[in-house]
Design a protein around this ligand. Structure first.
Ligand SMILES: Nc1ncnc2c1ncn2[C@@H]1O[C@H](COP(=O)(O)OP(=O)(O)OP(=O)(O)O)[C@@H](O)[C@H]1O
Length: 247
């Protein structure tokens, strides 16, 4: 499956109900298109609205106005679930029903958050493999991919059978990245995936991003590390150009 993501004139403000409905405008007029193989990096200072844009694309934050369109192209060979049909399908995340958004997250949009949130007592290898199984990949293939990814991300094999709760911050983040990269979502959202990593592991993540781009994944990411940003971006979008403060 391949997909094109288009944000069209998206605006977002937060209403603080505990402060007499005080409205905090964040972004306005966000328009951008992400095509297969592109990696659009959202830039701009802290508080500019980068994470809010990612969360709107993932359907976590409601959009005040505008559209977030996903056009997904599926071939017959790529359908996994009986309910799916081949062909092009357009969904506007800004207006889609919650059930539709959940279906998009399962098959179309992957998200790597800054921190790992997992069920306690599940071993790291299973945490990673489960993300592929949920996508529709067979268990044996999912476990093989999980081993390959954990190896590429330098997670020592002795940790694979242990739950990640006691892992170091960087180890947890690498399990998190493996989990986000294991499936074949045609759109991938990356919220500072390299934040707590050393140079060697940042390089490993850059390689994984290169592989996804080569496979035709459309990526939107936030990276505070300038080296990583320059290395992976096909285009850097300065979010301050969408500042809504003056609106
Ligand atoms: N759930 C929320 N409720 C209220 N205000 C919020 C919420 N989420 C974000 N904001 C506000 O929106 C603005 C943009 O936040 P956002 O996290 O999108 O910025 P950012 O550019 O990702 O910053 P950083 O680089 O520090 O992560 C900030 O002023 C923040 O306080």
């Amino acid at each position: 499956m391949s997909a094109i993501l288009t944000l069209d004139n998206v605006a977002k403000s937060f209403v603080m109900h505990l402060q007499d409905g005080l409205t905090i405008p964040v972004v306005n007029g966000v328009s951008l298109t992400v095509k297969p193989g592109e990696c659009i990096v959202l830039g701009g200072p802290s508080g500019a609205g980068k994470s809010s844009i990612l969360k709107m694309i993932y359907g976590n934050y409601r959009v005040d106005s505008g559209a977030i369109r996903v056009v997904a192209q599926t071939t017959v060979a790529q359908t996994t679930f009986a309910s799916e049909t081949a062909g092009a399908e357009t969904v506007d995340i800004a207006t889609a029903a919650p059930r539709r958004v959940l279906a998009l997250r399962r098959r179309t949009i992957g998200y790597v958050s800054q921190f790992l949130r997992v069920i306690p007592r599940v071993p790291a290898l299973a945490v990673v493999a489960e993300a592929a199984i949920a996508f529709g990949i067979e268990r044996a293939e999912a476990e093989a991919r999980a081993r390959t990814l954990l190896t590429r991300l330098n997670v020592p094999e002795r940790l694979w059978s242990l739950p990640p709760a006691t892992f170091s911050g960087g180890e947890q983040q690498r399990v998190n990245i493996a989990r986000g990269f294991i499936a074949d979502h045609p759109i991938l959202l990356l919220d500072e995936p390299t934040a707590s990593l050393d140079a060697r592991n940042r390089a490993a993540v850059v390689e994984l991003i290169d592989t996804k781009k080569a496979d035709g994944t459309a990526i939107v990411g936030i990276f505070h590390d300038d080296d990583v940003r320059e290395r992976v971006a096909t285009r850097i979008v300065d979010v301050t150009t969408f500042a809504a403060r003056a609106a």
